[in-house]
Design a protein around this ligand. Sequence first.
Ligand code: SF4
Ligand code: SF4
Length: 109
Amino acid sequence: MLSRETLSGGGRVAVVDAQLCTGCLTCVRICPFGVPKIHPSLAGAGNIMGAAYVEAAICQGCGLCAAECPARAIQLAHYTDAQMEAKVTALVEPPADFIPLAGIVEVNS
Ligand code: SF4
Ligand code: SF4
């Protein structure tokens, strides 16, 4: 591993919207891997200096911080609120042109 010039990480990482962060430290305390830090030069909610920052290279993508952030300032890449809402909506209200897998098999056979 150390012989490589670059390392590839997973895409499922926490992303903080600093503008929403109140600096409450919930993510800092709850992350089992100690990843989120309060960055003093980032402007948070109300332009108050000091907002959370997640280093993507070491985030394990567990989503705990995103689930617990009271300001909803953290989204998990590829599992954002909008993406999850779209998936649930598609499950309970499939689009009119949705063809179930069984239908595809019947058409092809
Ligand atoms: S839990 Fe949310 S509001 Fe609190 S410090 Fe972390 S990102 Fe900011
Ligand atoms: S997603 Fe998990 S590992 Fe990554 S910063 Fe949040 S709590 Fe830590």
